[in-house]
Design a protein around this ligand. Sequence first.
Ligand code: F6R
Length: 219
Amino acid sequence: MPTPVAGPVQCDQLHVMGLATGSTPLELYKLISESDLDFSQASSVNLDEYVGLKPTDPQSYHYFMQEHLFDAKPFKESFFPDGTNPDAGAVTREYDRILARHPIDLQVLGIGRNGHIGFNEPGTTFDSHTHRVALTPSTIDANARFFDQPEQVPRYAYTMGIASIMAAKRVILLAFGKEKAAAIRASLLGPVTPDVPAWVLQRHPNVTVVLDVAAASQF
Ligand code: F6R
């Protein structure tokens, strides 16, 4: 029997990892943090960032990633849309340039209760690239749990577009809990509609969907 090799394990097919925030990937990030995986030669690009929050703001997605993954598993370089820059045109053009230079090998996705992926809310066109979005009341409400007061939830975010997500070579969609069940059913079985942004994943050639029993309860 081969002797297991101790020490860091590099994933040589994973040069660029696309990452999500939120409660869904927390367990995944914990498992990665405790593993021997080594990302010091890989790059990461995050899906989104709130407009108006600095990376040092505990509610920013940058801070979230630092706390839940990067402190334990630093990447060679990690990119986020620049939430501190109110010039949406400049931020989105720059992030699209970054994505073009760092094609994503594996994109981790959660899903919103309304079927959003990244911050691509219902109605977002499938050909969208990085853009600034006004968050819907449902998303503001869902994200209020991370803030002391609901009115502190930023109203805008920068997000990779649907076309940016679809350009990833592989996608892993995670959904846990019964509040995700309707969005998962509509995404995987429903008719083509930008009203359920995650539906577009039916057109992606390489998607893995990981659900718990509650999220799969409407099949
Ligand atoms: C976060 C993101 C969002 C979340 C979604 C689910 O970077 O892109 O699309 O994945 O809002 O959030 P949770 O996991 O908190 O239920």
